[in-house]
Design a protein around this ligand. Structure first.
Ligand code: IVH
Length: 679
């Protein structure tokens, strides 16, 4: 290469670098180099530009010498257009397994494969639900970023892109390609989205979903706005490239991680439609547990030659397809808003909806959190509303559809009396949730007993909502401890309860007396103390008497607890009614101390074995399962490797189960596990 070409290149690279440093300094308030280092770069550029005056561009960083840059220098009044040198295509959609099988057939035909020929190698990736972006690097330096637009022309979003933490300003590579245009998806993680929406006032409005928030933020004119919202980018493809040949997805994935982008969170190589459908089902299972939204999978044929052979349709390649998951947003009508009274007395509004199918599940109710949330979304009874299912949680009402209002919609008035007991409603300091203060409110009593009897607490078989309702209405119980005083006569006197079922219930109550202390503690319903916290507490404080005496300071020292939980526990146990209740539970013979794990020898059933526990087990909590492994002489580790001897797998086991199967590791369900350790 001639030295002139080298020099001109250097001019471009230096300009880009100096622009970036200006940007970091003035917009992000986070300079990466010292003023002296900046001056060295600027001086070098000035010297080169003196040799090649024709190469001085009007926006060269040298053209502002002596004048201070201001943030406004980086804010556009309109996003400029960018022509894509390689069009940004879209993808054909397959709406489920059948359509993806058709696509595999078409690919086979397109490649003129005979019956005896093997299927082509495919890669499967997540289809990220965000906004597409193209990011251009010259000699490893970020030069420009653009939206997809209509695929031919997008908008320049370089300013915003530079604020994104997962977009390196410079590729981490000693010999970067001359030019590389990376394509990816800008997303906002679900937790960041929730936090962002929660921080918005009614006037500012909220975004309906993380995708809208990401797309809206990306197109902000002022990069300082984007800098306050934690966008991320996942790279999935290449546009233009010079000085490198990244035609295989795996090679791209390796490079992008090395260059400083987020690692690709999911990439599978498969062959054939059956394998594709298996991956589809597997990912559908874990979809809700991912920290970001995906709306399907993208399947791509491996290898540049095969891709060339298959070619393009008008706006999409024949070598790739989006296999979409069922939609999770739908519209329906808000029929009513009713108030639910929880076991703590919290009054939660619940939307009653015209039933609608959302992603395969019929939805007729949705949580509305608190009165402020209703006001913020301006929900009125009778509204047409957008609803969605997010995560494993109950469905949410996203927003009303204003344009469908016809004047019949009625704003919701939050009641000033508890709908269950007519007790007064009050808002504790700084809380936005209203409470019913009456501890004798039947809804609260029912809630406390339901919680105590629930599967993850005392797991009292046969004690369901309806029976609890009757027991409370008949004044037979007002607190969990009363359950253990019930008699066959009392129970069999209730509706649809024969002597036999009464005896069964008493037998279940007997069994529940042997549940471990952590379950009893969880079942007591101490605010902020769930299953996990209960386990952390009893790991250190081993019986109820020590716990009753524990100070806030002592509790706060326990890892995983903080001041708030510690205070909540102390306040709970300070109540006379709670102490009375504990006495009763003790007299009834419940377990109020932690059993010490026995040290075991070479005859123990799991002696010397390394065990991984994954998924949700039907009856044991994670900690209980772990204690049992230890008690049986085994060791519990977090991840599956070829050193693992056993995998105990529950529901939603996901990738660990898959890996164990691949490595041929023995897998047990809870029942098999329990029988193994009792051998
Ligand atoms: S590849 C020619 N891979 O889906 C193929 N796209 O309708 C170009 N998307 O606008 C796209 N995740 O923004 C590809 N892993 C992935 C993707 C992905 C999300 C988006 C992309 C594009 C749209 C296609």
């Amino acid at each position: 290469m001639s030295s002139e070409i080298n020099d001109l290149r250097r001019i471009r690279a230096l300009s880009a670098k100096l622009h970036q440093h200006n940007f970091r300094y003035y917009i992000l308030d986070d300079p990466q180099i010292s003023d002296a280092e900046y001056d060295v770069l600027l001086r070098e550029l000035q010297n080169l530009e003196a040799l090649y005056p024709d190469a001085i561009s009007h926006d060269s960083p040298t053209q502002k010498v002596g004048v201070t840059w201001t943030p406004e220098d980086f804010v556009a009044d309109k996003l400029p257009s960018v022509e894509h040198s390689v069009p940004m295509l879209s993808l054909e959609n397959a709406m489920g397994p059948d359509e993806v099988r058709d696509w595999v057939d078409r690919v086979r035909k397109g490649l003129a494969l005979g019956e005896e020929d093997a299927d082509p190698l495919l890669t499967v990736e997540y289809k990220f639900d965000g906004a597409a972006i193209s990011i251009l690097y010259e000699d490893g330096v970020l030069i420009r970023a653009a939206t997809r637009g209509d695929g031919m022309t997008g908008e320049d979003v370089t300013g915003t892109a530079r604020t994104i933490r997962s977009v390196p300003h410079q590729l981490q590579d000693d010999s970067p390609p001359t030019l590389i245009e990376l394509r990816g998806e800008v997303i906002l993680k679900n937790a960041d989205f929730e936090a962002f929406n929660a921080s918005r006032s009614q006037e500012e409005g909220i975004f309906a979903n993380p995708r809208n928030a990401a797309a809206g933020t990306l197109r902000q004119l002022d990069p300082r706005v984007a800098a306050t919202r934690p966008l991320d980018v996942f790279i999935y493809g290449i546009g233009d490239q010079e000085g490198i040949d990244l035609s295989v997805q795996q090679n791209l994935v390796d490079h992008i991680q090395r260059w400083g982008f987020l690692p690709c969170p999911f990439l599978r190589e498969v062959q054939g439609a059956d394998a594709l459908v298996e991956v589809y089902e597997e990912v559908m299972e874990v979809r809700e547990t991912l920290p970001f939204d995906i709306d399907g999978l993208v399947i791509k044929v491996q290898g540049a030659d095969l891709r060339d052979q298959l070619g393009m349709r008008a706006r999409s390649p024949r070598w790739a397809i989006a296999l979409k998951f069922p939609a999770r947003q739908e519209t329906t009508r808000l029929v009513d808003i009713q108030i639910q009274v929880g076991r703590t007395g919290a009054l939660t509004p619940v939307a009653h909806l015209e039933p609608v199918n959302v992603g395969g599940v019929t939805v007729s109710r949705a949580g509305l959190h608190n009165p402020k949330e209703i006001a913020r979304k301006d929900l009125r009874i009778g509204d047409h509303v957008v609803i969605q299912r997010a995560g494993d949680v109950i469905p949410q009402v996203v927003k009303p559809i204003d344009s469908l209002r016809d004047g019949q919609q009625v704003p919701f008035q939050f009641p000033d009396k508890c709908p269950e007991c007519e007790g007064p409603v009050h808002y504790p300091d700084e809380e936005i949730i209203p409470y019913c203060d009456n501890l004798q409110c039947p809804a609260q009593i029912r809630g406390r007993i339901e919680h105590f009897a629930s599967r993850r607490a005392l797991d009292i078989d046969g004690l369901g909502e309806k029976l609890i309702d009757q027991l409370v209405t008949e004044n037979l119980i007002t607190r969990p401890a009363d359950l253990y005083q019930l008699t066959v006569e009392q129970i069999s006197g209730l509706d649809r309860m024969a002597v036999k079922s009464a005896e069964n219930l008493l037998a279940s109550l007997e069994v529940s007396k042997n549940r471990p202390f952590s379950r009893v503690l969880h079942g007591m319903g101490i605010p902020h103390v769930g299953e996990r916290v209960a386990e952390l507490v009893i790991d250190e404080i081993e019986n109820i008497d020590a716990l009753l005496e524990a100070t806030e300071e002592r509790l706060a020292e326990i890892e995983g607890l903080g001041e708030i939980i510690a205070r909540s526990i102390v306040e709970f146990f300070a109540k006379n009614s709670v102490q009375e209740e504990i006495d009763l539970l003790r007299k009834s013979g419940l377990t109020l101390h932690q059993d010490k794990v026995e040290a075991t020898g070479a005859t123990a059933p799991l002696f010397g074995l390394t065990v991984v526990i994954t998924g949700t087990l039907p009856t044991l909590s994670r900690d209980e399962a772990k204690q049992r492994v230890i008690a049986a002489g085994g060791k519990v580790v977090g991840s599956v490797s070829n050193k693992t001897d056993l995998l105990v797998a529950g529901e939603k086991a996901g990738s660990k189960l898959k890996k164990a199967n691949e490595l041929g590791i023995e897998v047990l369900d809870e029942e098999q596990f329990l029988s193994r350790i009792s051998e």
